[in-house]
Write a protein that binds this ligand. Structure first.
Ligand code: RAT
Ligand code: ZN
Length: 431
């Protein structure tokens, strides 16, 4: 992991005075820099049924399912009854043949197919299916990481997901490009279910979490930290997330999660603003968003100066507030342009706002990829906007009379795409 940071070629200090030079070098450095993708839903091949790759998985991505439902006369229920290949055929025909793939999610598939040398105007999926049938998974994985220039990814590891627990019980062969993050949504957002799972795993838990439950929940988390060695603990939170919070979530964050993070030297990642199941019929394509209250984050940061918080917010309207909060609290690291924000126009806007308010002290993007090949569009698209935003900012500096060097550009891009995150992870803290 640290190689990504340390093996960069040393570049001589060359002060750049002209806007054109600055733009060229910024574009090149952003293109070439290896990213550390700090939040994905990807898994290595050893995680068998959790891994997603290939044309059928690409086309049945929930972002596209939501778009399909606007393009065809069909109930989500009927769609789910189809086999995965039949679903993919339908998505292809509706969104790529009978419609122009203009949306970010469809345009992304076009980019992936082109990157793999496949015809994005094909009338059907025959060629793509043949291509994926013939690939060797390990070679293909290496090729995708290499082309996307992704040095490492962080998975989303859910100890409340029985499929995932099964994988860990079998002692999977770990892959050092895939890092772990301990995801705690069930524990923190659905206590009745979380409690059931704790009990099933042998940890006593009361209906109303009490002091004994806190001890048991902490034992559970410590055991999973020992087992997975996560880079952070994580949760997604609703737009009405409040702090201090009453109910099980508030208590468990305060008495279990934050102490565990402190004791293990791990950041706590909060992904705030999701309104789950706005349209339950759509299943995982049915979530929406709402504007959240950033003062909750501020209070957490103020009350827990010894904890580090990685925070991303789903509402566009929260982005400025989050930047202001980060200016006040150095234990708060804004990250990524999440989910509905991961569109070029919004990535551009948010990155510019963050550069203006925070310099390089934020994590520019995470891919949230669920399907391996999505790395081949999510990163090029993000790099493009980050590079343009950053170049404009350097040009301002140069025009104000202060040249920048290539080494500075490399250092800054490294921070935005990898180092700011890695510096908060245990391996870097102890290095
Ligand atoms: O972006 C997504 O794919 C969402 O469905 C969510 O998974 C979100 O990123 C999350 O981690 O909750
Ligand atoms: Zn995610």
């Amino acid at each position: 992991m640290t190689e990504i940071v340390e093996n960069r070629t040393a570049v001589p200090q060359q002060p750049l005075h002209g806007a054109e030079d600055v733009r060229l070098h910024t574009a090149r450095v952003v293109q070439e820099m290896a990213v550390f993708d700090m939040h994905t839903h990807l898994f290595p091949p050893a995680f068998t049924e959790l891994t997603r790759s290939g044309i059928d998985d690409l086309l049945t991505y929930h972002y596209l399912v939501a778009e399909l439902m606007r393009a065809v006369e069909m109930r989500p229920e009927q769609f789910r009854r189809l086999t995965k290949p039949a679903q993919a055929d339908l998505v292809w025909d509706a969104l790529f043949v009978r419609n122009t793939p203009l949306s970010e999610a469809t345009c992304g598939v076009v980019a992936v197919l082109s990157a793999l040398g496949l015809d994005p105007s094909a009338p059907n999926l025959t060629e793509a299916r043949e291509f994926f049938r013939d690939v060797t998974p390990s070679d293909h994985l290496a090729r995708v990481f290499d082309r996307a220039r992704v040095g490492g990814v962080v998975m989303t590891n859910d100890p409340f997901d029985t499929r995932e627990v099964r994988v860990w019980d079998e002692g999977p062969e770990l892959d050092d490009r895939f890092h772990t993050a301990l995801r705690l949504d069930t524990l923190l957002n659905d206590w009745p279910e979380g409690r059931k799972r704790l009990i099933a795993a042998g940890y006593a838990a009361a209906a109303e979490p009490d002091a004994a439950t806190v001890v048991q929940a902490r034992r559970f988390i410590d055991a999973w930290i020992a087992r997975m060695a996560p880079l952070y603990l994580a949760v997604s939170l609703p737009d009405d997330f409040a702090w201090p919070g009453d109910g099980p979530r508030g208590l468990l964050i305060r008495d279990v999660v934050l102490p565990a993070c402190r004791d293990h030297g791990l950041p706590f990642a909060m992904m705030i603003g999701v309104r789950r199941a706005v349209n339950p019929e759509l299943h995982d394509a049915g979530d929406g968003l709402g504007r959240a209250d950033v003062t909750a984050v501020q209070r957490m940061c103020a009350e827990h100066p010894d904890n580090r918080f990685l925070v991303t917010m789903l509402s566009r309207e929260n982005q400025h507030d989050l930047c202001v909060a980060a200016r006040k609290f150095s234990n708060l690291m804004p990250f990524g342009c999440w989910w509905f924000l991961n569109n070029p126009s919004i990535v551009s806007e948010i990155t510019r706002e963050r550069l203006e308010m925070l310099g390089t002290s934020f994590i520019a993007q995470h891919s949230d990829a669920r399907v391996l090949e999505q790395l081949l569009y999510k990163w090029p698209h993000a790099r493009r906007e980050i590079s343009l935003a950053l170049a404009d900012q350097y040009v301002r500096v140069v025009e104000n009379g202060r040249p920048v060097t290539v080494a500075e550009i490399e250092r800054d891009v490294g921070r935005l795409l990898a180092d700011n995150f890695l510096q908060w992870t245990p391996s870097r803290q102890s290095a």
